[in-house]
Write a protein that binds this ligand. Sequence first.
Ligand code: ME8
Length: 658
Amino acid sequence: MQNKGTYYITTPIYYPSSNLHIGHTYCTVMADAMARFKRLQGYDVHFLTGTDEHGQKIQAKADEKGVSPQAYVDEVVAGIKELWKTMEISYDDFIRTTEPRHMERAQKIWQRMYDKGDIYLGKYEGLYCRDCESYWTEKQLVDGNCPDCGRPVKKMSEDAYFFRLSAYADKVLKLYDEHPEFLEPETRRNEMRGFIEKGLEDTCISRTTFDWGIPVPNNPEHVMYVWVDALSNYVTALGGPEDSEQYLKYWPADVHLVGKEIVRFHAILWPAMLMSAGLPLPKKVLGHGWLLLGGEKVSKSKALKGKDVVDPVILIERYGIDALKYFLLREYTFGQDGNFTNEVLLKRINYDLANDLGNLLSRTVSMIEKYCGGAVPMSNTHDDIDQELEDMALACRGKVETEMDQFAFNMALESIWQVVRRANKYIDEKAPWILAKDESKKAELDTVMNHLAETLRIVSVLIYPFMHTSSDEIRKQLGLWYADVQWEDADQFFMMYGEQVKRGNALFPRLDIEKELAELTEIAEEMDRKKAMESVTDPVEKAILNSVPLKIKDPIEFDDFDKIDLRVGTIIKAEKHPKADKLLVFQVKMGTEVRQVISGVAESFTPEEMLGRKVVVVANLKPRMLRGLESYGMILYAGEDGDLHTVGSDAEDGSSVN
Ligand code: ME8
């Protein structure tokens, strides 16, 4: 395979403030699919992801938990790495901003900017959102709150270093003009252009109010603003800014894939920092849209209220990695926001994966086993329908390449699924089960089987970047387990003659959507409750939130209840029943009347323990003989057999209990 050069792709480095959700997974899955696609095409790919571990928010989270910030991030980062491992994310490097390799090199980038004269000491006053680590002006606030996350902002004032961002406004605009491909989609470019044209002010890039950050060179009272620290990761992970093998090989990055809310940092601050530091600029910043839940961004900082599970770990456990990856890549249009619901996920799994792809595989393999003894036959005949399927399958690779060049994952998958659906239709049109009944149609039947096997082989190549586990399974069932996936093989049609197919498990079992939705709703509600609990300190509120309905008997009418006459009484005599070990015999004084009442509580109480106790008696229960002695009523007890308690009252003997 010819080497096509290098390809360096990055995801944002995520905040390890808490576990990641489906939104982070979305971005990483896109980057992974692109990295795998480029590798398959023959590029020398470097795929970087990581974690952005400094800043006040992390420090505050650690304080809340009573652990050091480092211990806090270590634990969350371990979970993030575990998630990527479970999802088989093929990153080449994982950068943590607390690693010395990053911290030292980020200081070098700072120093280069300082030496250029672009960093100076001043005073910062502004409205700060701790959650977004951003300063805002009064005008930018929405209803007095942070325009990004909607949380309250705080007035802050501190000595701070400033970066001469204003000096780079024209240069960044020129970059957009000369290299419009630097920032896509176009809507984001227009937004950023508008933002810059309103006037760029110098930006504050150090903090003194906390110390969980990279010390500023020569003035360790200050730590670097977390965005200057974080953005540097794309260079530091390679060994830059100093010349090093990886840095020279992969920098500048081919693409920084980021969510639309952080395009501002990547398309304004980052190129300005790099220009100042005298370093080459990345080739492209690509802003993707958000996954929404009920119209709102899925996010870590807002407690979620809803019935949809957004925890990727749970979804993967239930439906598998490929189902989730396929869904994320197929359902959403790059650059746009899209609603996430469990229902659309489950429908995609059933319709596209179980019905379309899974069926095509199981029908093909079982028919080859049944009609051809398990070996893929030669294609000896040929008609227009065969040709149409062949043409469509062969044209697909080019379409996928074009669509992937646009990051149109959904369109690439749709193109592949057009082939899958065409192949299923081909089976219905050719009706092999009828051909099989007629000896004279054997050659035609062989052609059908051959075309199906070849089409599936091409599909197995084309889906590899998106869902490699399913690709492997298809190839196993087609008897191709021994052959590596080669991108060029999607351009060949007749490669399968003689391969031994073998039926395996269903690729994607069909789901009972109603049942799954009910279970997911239960899980989501339980998670919501736990999340709400985390922020509640008041014990009463905690108890109310924790309240789980009791399992109780069927409701009764008030009239039914009113028939029961409950009275307070005092036990004035207690003794064992002469003929029954489990029974105690009491004389209970209830106002004017003293009654004999017998209870089966000898395993919980001695007669002495019961003597003198106030109890509540069901006074109008019909009398009953118990081993030769009459009982006139029933005493109420609480608890389980063996651990019973009397139910008392301070009220006078004989009083009614209502
Ligand atoms: O911003 N839909 O980290 P972060 C789609 N540390 N994507 C989403 C999403 C959603 N609802 N929610 C999050 C940071 N994302 C900084 C980045 S980079 C130098 C520093 C994805 O943990 C999306 O890619 O808040 C977004 O940009 C990223 O997670 C933000 O992750």
